[in-house]
Design a protein around this ligand. Structure first.
Ligand SMILES: Cc1cc2nc3c(=O)[nH]c(=O)nc-3n(C[C@H](O)[C@H](O)[C@H](O)COP(=O)(O)O)c2cc1C
Length: 340
């Protein structure tokens, strides 16, 4: 018997599980992705969004840096004009990324004021020009996919989705909120169903999926083909695994001690990837999420976030790890993730 949840998803020549990681700028960087891979080996991961001009012109190609374990790995770009697309596409393909995703969903005014991100949903002639250009430039070498919202200010996801499919997009990811709705208002499941019914390409849902029950309910309401896990992975890189296990009727467990050890691993990978100073500072964003479940979390958070050097932070994390060294594995808390 076919089982929707275990049957893989095909996006052109890429065959992947139905659950995948969403891109979170400043969060799902290479170090976190490497820790996610400790649990989830086959699921699609995605880079943080970078503008095509940045990809085309960055002197040291930092944004293209990743480790092989992160595959299958998609690269996400933003764009507001055709200039630089060809150069960016060649670099992305030459660096081995398995998919190129265009961001049409970012609500941040720093992005939308130039016409990129979700603002593209309000400028269909420009969006069409960009989609056709990307498609020509990629020329079938890797799948070209698009991530959208319900709309910019006005909900036009169905129109945008049809345009995308007509312009050669192979898969559509949708976060069903408008730009002013940010990441916390009610999700519009009806518009996702309309999008799914209007398309023949796969449709992936992104929004508040932090356990298998939510994925199941979302599937019932919308008929989508796959699911992106976003904020639920923040400080919980086992979340994808937990959900895919639940989809197969199994229960995932992890101890608080293990959680802290993965935080330590993420910390070391951060230092390795960014260098000590940047790596230590940027890890502050992650560490607060990792330690949500320890006793006296507020106190530990304060210590970790005010630590002045990498060795001090490491010392605190090691102290926490030894405090929880022999805790038994339990079911991880479900409602993890900012705003979920
Ligand atoms: C801090 C943060 C950064 C994000 N960065 C990106 C990004 O770079 N590209 C993108 O397409 N979406 C980005 N998103 C949106 C997420 O990919 C996702 O669509 C959204 O958070 C809803 O899913 P979730 O409820 O599972 O988190 C970001 C969201 C947050 C909260």
């Amino acid at each position: 018997m076919n089982n929707f949840w275990t049957e893989p998803l095909r996006i052109d020549n890429l065959v992947i599980p139905r659950f995948m990681a969403a891109p979170l700028d400043g969060v799902t960087d290479s170090p976190l992705r490497q820790v996610i891979r400790e649990f989830s080996k086959e699921e699609l991961l995605m880079t943080e969004m970078r503008h095509v001009a940045h990809v085309a012109h960055e002197k040291e190609p930092r944004s293209l840096k990743y480790t092989q374990v992160e595959h299958p790995l998609a690269y996400q770009v933003s764009a507001n004009r055709v200039q630089d697309i060809d150069t960016a596409v060649e670099k992305i393909i030459a660096n081995g990324f398995k998919m190129l995703n265009l961001n049409c969903g970012c609500p941040s005014p720093t992005v939308t004021k130039s016409g990129s991100g979700s603002a593209l949903m309000a400028d269909l002639p420009r969006l069409k020009e960009l989609l056709l250009h990307f498609n020509r430039s990629i020329n079938g070498r890797i799948p070209f996919t698009l991530k959208i919202r319900a709309g910019y200010k006005f909900k036009n996801a169905v129109e945008v989705a049809k345009l995308a499919q007509d312009c050669g997009v192979s898969c559509l990811m949708i976060h069903p909120r408008t730009a002013p709705e940010g990441f916390t208002s009610r999700l519009d499941f009806d518009i996702v169903r309309e999008v799914k019914e209007a398309l023949t390409i796969p449709v992936i849902f992104s929004g508040n999926v932090n356990n298998f029950e939510r994925a199941k309910k979302t599937h019932e309401l919308t008929g989508v083909d796959g699911f992106m896990i976003g904020r639920a992975l923040w400080g919980a890189p086992w979340k994808l695994k937990e959900i895919t296990e639940a989809a197969q009727g199994r229960q995932f467990t992890i101890s608080t001690g293990e959680m802290v050890r993965y935080a330590l691993q993420n910390f070391h990978l951060n230092i390795e990837h960014y260098g000590e100073r940047v790596g230590f500072n940027s890890f502050k964003k992650q560490v607060a999420q990792y330690i949500r479940n320890v006793d006296g979390a507020a106190e530990w958070r304060k210590k970790l976030l005010t630590s002045q050097t990498a060795p001090i932070m490491q010392e605190y994390l090691e102290a926490l790890a030894s405090t929880y060294a022999s805790t038994p594995p339990t079911v991880a808390p479900t409602n993890q993730g900012i705003g979920l």
